[in-house]
Design a protein around this ligand. Structure first.
Ligand code: FES
Length: 156
């Protein structure tokens, strides 16, 4: 009887030690797997609030923080990247379009690359209006040059 009881006790401790080891290994595996996923994203959000649409007059408005031109013309409002497609310098405006001060690339008013080493046109981004009425640019969504945000006419 005593030997039987001893065996049962030994079995109990063996089972308990095995269960504790399995739980420990699974805990470490879960912690290791979780360590592969970043807690924080360091890249800025792609959708940015630019302010009230009324603050962008007819013509081109440069937003230095966003490196964007907001273009208001007969099509509506459009957002053009000011980042040169060559090596990323910030382009400036010229009479007919845009120019890059770094290596002399020139771009047409629609962003098409005309001269210089820039291999691609400037990028147009999607604009939308938030529920609050603020203008939103989505830097993750490229659109065609003639894609404009039409604003409702005042008084209608
Ligand atoms: S960075 Fe604009 S032309 Fe080189």
């Amino acid at each position: 009887m005593s030997e039987e009881r001893e065996v049962s006790r030994r079995r109990f401790f063996r089972w308990g030690a095995t269960a504790a080891a399995v739980v420990g290994v699974m805990g470490h595996a879960a912690a290791w797997t979780r360590s592969l996923v970043a807690n924080v994203r360091y890249e800025p959000p792609k959708r940015r609030t630019l302010g009230a649409p009324d603050q962008f007059p007819k013509g081109r408005t440069f937003l230095s923080d966003e490196k964007l031109f907001i273009v208001r013309d007969k099509l509506g409002l459009r957002a053009l990247s000011a980042v040169c497609s060559h090596l990323g310098c910030t382009v400036g405006t010229s009479k007919a379009g845009y120019h890059c001060p770094c290596h002399g690339s020139r771009f047409a008013a629609d962003g098409a690359n005309l001269e210089g080493p820039a291999p691609r046109p400037l990028v147009w981004y999607a604009l939308s209006i938030a529920g609050s009425g603020a203008l939103i640019v989505d830097l993750g969504k490229e659109v065609a040059a003639d894609t404009a945000l039409e604003l409702p006419r005042r008084g209608s």
